[in-house]
Design a protein around this ligand. Structure first.
Ligand code: GDD
Length: 411
């Protein structure tokens, strides 16, 4: 049996909710738990030995992935990894259909499609097993979420006994199910017949009623294909009870960082670059070997410290991502925050967000009657002055914060 994998990476005109961090680096290459988001998906694909080829499909400029592809070729020698660029955003199924000859080359029995922006344990072997057991045409990863957030996702209604998907609605207006689309699929090649049928139906509808119909090759896997598949017999859901989180907004990188670090620590507490537990290290904490951390700084849990960062004496960092070349000066405190490249946090300054349980899938909270970001984000080269407090703020690149700020977007 042979299989392949596709990762939908999107493109520069999307990912606006990941701003201001995506101004500096494309979302899928943003480091979470010390590695680009995409590398976590590639690692998961290594658990399926029949996968020999991984295709990244998106509409970013080719140059964006040049260095990543060179590094990935060394880290994942078992794969041939290619970037396939859509000439424009073709939608989550449009790219699949456009590159069908490349995907079908070598005649794979099945192929995985992964959204690049989900953080989870990727139970790929379990999905393959289900596909074989049920002789399925398609298997989708399902996850249960609280009722109040379910309609932000694609909702699945499945037969509880057989796990056959009987109904699928993308982001419904009323509640239909807590079981949502986790952004990971396993298809066989009959998916291309379903896509062709959906495309033909769209064209016919556009001819009958030209106003308001999207033309061209844009096809949405969710609205155009999954809804159609749910009327078929061969569509099943594999429900995971393990962790899952969408990495949509910039703030959602903080819970994703925590989930990946916890999983890594659980699998191998002695993994390279995970700091050993001590009076000043509350695991899991990832520290890049080139970072300089004072022995009196207290870090963790759920902290990643990037290359060449400098963490001063007595600093306190918790539930945060600290990127390359940042400086956290002595006595400063960084909680529930992201410090992008080159940020400087002054002596005894305080940068903080608000904790929310990851299972709530929220990236905003209501404080004093206003909806604010849970995570404080300091974009590239922001400077926070000595003893200044910056709470629940998003600060755009190169700003200097000289006085206390709270619940603001500083442009
Ligand atoms: N190649 C390509 N081309 N990729 C795309 C395109 C496109 O035109 N549009 C989006 N993507 C990629 C994104 O980069 C992301 O990895 C994935 O497809 C889904 O992105 P969105 O289309 O923005 O959908 P969403 O995140 O709001 O919701 C989707 O994901 C949820 C799970 O995270 C839906 O599939 C939901 O049903 C699902 O619950």
């Amino acid at each position: 049996m042979s299989s392949k994998a596709l990762i939908l990476v999107g493109g520069g005109t999307r990912g606006t909710r990941f701003r201001p961090l995506s101004l500096d680096i494309p979302k899928v290459l943003f480091p979470v738990a010390g590695r680009p988001i995409l590398s976590h998906a590639l690692s998961a694909l290594t658990t399926v030995p029949t996968i020999k080829e991984v295709l990244l499909v998106g509409f970013y400029d080719d140059a964006i992935f040049k260095d990543f592809l060179a590094d990935a070729a060394k880290e994942f020698p078992q794969f041939t990894i290619k970037y396939l660029r859509e000439y424009t955003a073709l939608g989550t199924a449009g790219g699949l259909y456009h590159f069908r000859d490349v995907i079908l080359k070598g005649n794979p029995d099945k192929f995985f499609v992964l959204h690049a922006d989900v953080c989870c344990s990727f139970p790929l072997k379990e999905m393959l097993h289900m596909a074989e057991e049920k002789a399925a045409k398609a298997v989708i990863l399902g996850i249960r979420v609280p009722t109040q957030v379910a309609s932000n996702f694609g909702c699945i209604v499945a037969d509880p006994a057989t796990k056959k998907v009987v109904h699928y609605v993308e982001k419904p207006e009323t509640h239909i199910s807590n079981l949502i689309n986790g952004g990971v699929y396993l298809f066989d090649k009959s998916i291309f017949t379903t896509i062709r049928e959906a495309r033909d139906a769209r064209h016919e509808a556009a001819v009958a009623s030209p106003i308001g119909e999207e033309g061209g090759e844009i096809l949405r896997l969710e609205q155009d294909i999954l809804t159609r598949l749910s009327q078929d017999d061969g569509f099943f859901v594999y429900e995971t009870r393990d962790f899952w989180r969408q990495i949509k907004t910039a703030g959602s990188a903080v819970p994703a960082n925590a989930l990946y670090l916890q999983k890594l620590f659980q699998l191998d507490p002695d993994a390279p670059n995970l700091a050993k537990a001590s009076a000043t290290i509350l695991p899991p904490v990832y520290i890049d070997p080139t970072a300089i951390v004072s022995p009196t700084a207290k870090l963790g849990p759920n902290v990643s410290i990037g290359p060449h960062a400098k963490i001063g004496a007595g600093a306190r960092i918790k539930e945060s991502i600290v990127l390359d070349d940042t400086e956290v000066r002595p006595g400063a405190c960084v909680l529930y925050s992201i410090l992008a490249r080159g940020v400087k946090v002054g002596n005894w300054a305080r940068v903080e967000g608000t904790p929310t349980p990851p299972a709530d899938h929220l990236s905003t909270v209501v404080k004093n009657g206003a909806r604010v970001h849970t995570v404080t984000i300091l974009a590239q080269d922001v400077v926070v002055g000595d003893e200044v407090r910056c709470q629940n703020c998003v600060v755009l690149p190169h700003k200097e914060i000289k006085t206390d700020v709270e619940n603001e977007v500083i442009m």
